[in-house]
Design a protein around this ligand. Sequence first.
Ligand code: MF3
Ligand code: CO
Length: 290
Amino acid sequence: MQKIGRNDPCWCGSGKKYKKCHCDFDEIIREHSLLGEIVPDRKLIKNNEQIEKIRESGKINTAVLDYVSAHIKEGVTTEDIDRWVYEQTTAMGAVPAPLNYEGFPKSVCTSVNDQVCHGIPSKNVVLKDGDIINVDVSTIYNGYFSDASRMFCIGNVSDENRRLVEVTKECVQLGLEQVKPWGHLGDIGQVINDNAKKNGYSVVREIGGHGVGLEFHEDPWVSYVTTKGTDMLLAPGFMFTIEPMINMGTHRIFVDEKDDWTVYTADGKPSAQWEIQVLVTETGYEVISH
Ligand code: MF3
Ligand code: CO
């Protein structure tokens, strides 16, 4: 790490003197690093200016999800949802992040019942009574990224499936309550996995969360089957998603060979996912999009 003078400008780009900005921060990082812990790289630490820009993106992302919440119902196709997301996002001067992302053909991911994630909207998928669906919305605004998803219960959903949706939401909330400066990503994975198992469910292993903000998917990759006190140190200014996929049956999954995107449960049982975007602050956390 390069040596910065106490009166030099801070590496975070705030314009403040190092001694008034990330000097103490670096000392704490150094201590944890010497203990062999995984610490976030400087490029993962957002300054206040960047945070404000990402907040604006997050507000649009949340507003798009609110629009979906207000309009989703039986008889709607997932292509209708895709159109709403495209129209609402662009009307607010933003761009849907999934569109053309690594070849993804639509503006939003819509994953129904045994679809775990990355479902592609289609005019052939008509929402019917009893379905559960994840709508995953991601936004680029002035070059800054936001990402969140919600579950929706269509009409009369079975108690069994409704409980999966609710327990998954509870998993995210429990994970969020673990977010504090100098905690660890593993604290989040531990409570999520514990709560899923306690309810007889399993957590998807191969797909997880990610850093976010300056890019759609930043380091690190975030697992939700981790152990308390392990994995990356949570430092103020670090931003990531909490987005566990919880399966009613086996944790095993497969990717649809026909479209190379849609992920399904191996046993055909339902899966649920909620996603929030979280910033680690000096005192705890801030939800950037939900
Ligand atoms: N929104 C997803 C996530 O939470 C990523 C989807 S990539 C896409 O990370 F291309 F499928 F949109
Ligand atoms: Co995400």
